[in-house]
Design a protein. Structure first.
Length: 269
């Protein structure tokens, strides 16, 4: 349920529906309070803070006191949950929460976004790394670091194009246009290291990491997140995060459609 909510919220955010995304992530967090799923709480907080930051930055003027309290509350929720989730995913999602909170506070955030980029690259997660590079580029342009901003934007564009992420690619090109970066300069900028996909992943519409491919393989057999977690000896919250990434990368609406896509492409035959 919550992995579908996360995928839907991200879809809404790319479509400009920050208000709806904020509402459904808040509702999901309210339901998660009664569950021992710290990793999922932190990842959901990152989406809620992203929606919150989108709403704040779309308004004129400084954030109101109530807005600052809402930012602090979401960040406190994420930090509390992260104390129970010491894994790599929990750590990077907390860093993401802190970067989004800085954006909601209209505070400079070059270092937080740079750290998020590095952590996602270390975990071999190109899509969230490219999202963070896009945010980092905006911060760098705001800090008058044009050359660095162009490099970050170029790396994000390369990944978005390679993964077929149309909304992210469009967002990257919009920032480039606003920053006055010519298209040829953007397309020719130095890029991040390209991760070579596994043979099965190479046949997918977007490349998955080896772990995401494992999760998708078991998901197509009809297993629940809990069953997948037991087979792979990882937490259920980690499985939920992987499923969310798979859904987002495949551009589908839910886990059933993800399984159908894998079957249609005959990935595991």
């Amino acid at each position: 349920m919550h992995d579908v909510t996360a995928a839907h919220a991200e879809y809404l955010l790319w479509q400009g529906g920050a208000d709806r995304a904020h509402r459904i992530t808040q509702e999901s967090l309210a339901q998660l309070r009664d569950q021992e799923d710290a990793g999922l709480v932190v990842s959901m907080c990152s989406l809620a803070l992203r929606a919150h930051a989108d709403l704040v930055t779309s308004r004129a003027g400084s954030p109101a006191e109530s807005t600052a309290r809402a930012t602090d509350l979401l960040l406190a929720t994420a930090r509390e949950a992260a104390l129970e989730d010491t894994g790599a995913l929990g750590r990077v999602y907390l860093l993401l929460c802190e970067a989004e909170a800085a954006r909601a506070s209209l505070a400079p955030a070059v270092d937080p976004w740079a750290q998020v980029v590095a952590e996602w690259q270390q975990l071999d997660c190109p899509y969230p790394a490219a999202y963070a590079q896009w945010r980092l580029a905006q911060e760098l342009f705001g800090a008058r670091a044009r050359a660095q901003g162009t490099r970050a934007l170029g790396a994000a564009l390369q990944t978005a194009t390679r993964l077929g992420c149309g909304p992210l690619e469009a967002a990257v090109r919009l920032v480039a246009r606003h920053a006055g970066v010519p298209g040829d300069e953007l397309d020719g900028s130095p890029t991040a290291p390209v991760v070579t996909p596994t043979p099965a992943s190479a046949r997918l519409p977007v490349p998955l990491t080896p772990r995401e491919e494992e999760v998708l393989r078991i998901l197509t057999e009809g297993h629940s997140n809990q069953q997948i977690a037991r087979r792979l000896f990882i937490s259920e919250s980690t499985v939920s995060v992987h499923v969310s990434h798979i859904i987002a990368k495949l551009g589908v609406a839910n886990r059933l459609q993800a399984a159908s896509a894998a079957e249609r492409l005959k990935l595991f035959h």
